[in-house]
Design a protein around this ligand. Structure first.
Ligand SMILES: N[C@@H](CCC(=O)N[C@@H](CS)C(=O)NCC(=O)O)C(=O)O
Length: 213
């Protein structure tokens, strides 16, 4: 597939998973269009989107006539199919650690840090509803495990793993962009100096400003 074929990403700029893919495209300098899809529309997930993503989630991805969904598959395809910086290390151990961090963020940190803490504390206040304190309280110990594991597994060469940007950074950054706005982040991040240092550097990358929701 020629790399010049049109790249389209279907989703919404607020979505953590859409931003992960947009970050990959920005870091690899791949030209693309973001086509807005509202999966929370009152009338339900638009029918044409269900043909791209039968589970009704975002993002969905198109490169020429090649279609994909699932963020993990999309970002690895982008890394393999397009020239530019490599988002996955070649050393087996570093690559495994990148995949381990991606797995932790996907399976545990996304729901805990974004939905159970950020949305429940920050978005609920913006919407004028009371936060569900039980949801937040139950999330705190899970959040602490996520953060201490990310701290333990990460290097301190400026990126989570190694000396250049990887999928681990691209998965973590959109999650931290929301979580760090919750007041709970202040005490939860105590003792996570490596992560704080990483976030201070990563948050100001060009790809982050270009994908701001
Ligand atoms: N496993 C999917 C997860 C994608 C996902 O959960 N996307 C969220 C937005 S960040 C979504 O579509 N939510 C709509 C819903 O839950 O109905 C992936 O890796 O792409």
């Amino acid at each position: 597939m020629p790399t010049t074929e049109l790249v389209k990403l279907y989703g919404a700029a607020w979505s953590v998973y859409v931003r992960i893919v947009r970050l990959a495209l920005e870091e690899k300098q791949v030209k693309h269009d973001l086509v807005e899809v509202d999966v929370f529309a009152e009338t339900g997930v638009p029918n044409e989107h269900l043909t791209r993503h039968p589970f009704g989630r975002i993002p969905a991805f198109q490169h020429g006539d090649f279609h994909l969904y699932e963020t993990g598959a999309i970002v690895r395809y982008i890394d393999d199919a397009f020239p530019g910086c490599k988002l996955q290390p070649t050393s087996p151990k570093a690559r495994a650690k990148v995949n381990q961090i991606v797995g932790i963020l996907d399976a545990y940190a996304y729901r805990t840090l974004v939905w159970d803490i950020y949305v429940e504390r920050v978005v609920s206040a913006r919407q004028g509803r009371l936060a569900n304190e039980e949801t937040i309280a139950a999330a705190l110990p899970r959040a602490a495990v996520c953060l201490s594991e990310l701290t333990r597994l990460s290097d301190d060469q400026g990126f989570l793993i190694g000396g250049s940007v990887t999928l681990a950074d691209l998965y973590a950054a959109p999650i931290f962009a929301y979580f760090m706005r919750a007041p709970e982040a202040v005490s939860l991040m105590e003792g996570c100096e490596k992560l704080i240092y990483w976030w201070q550097r990563f948050a100001i990358r060009d790809s982050m400003s270009r994908t701001q929701p």
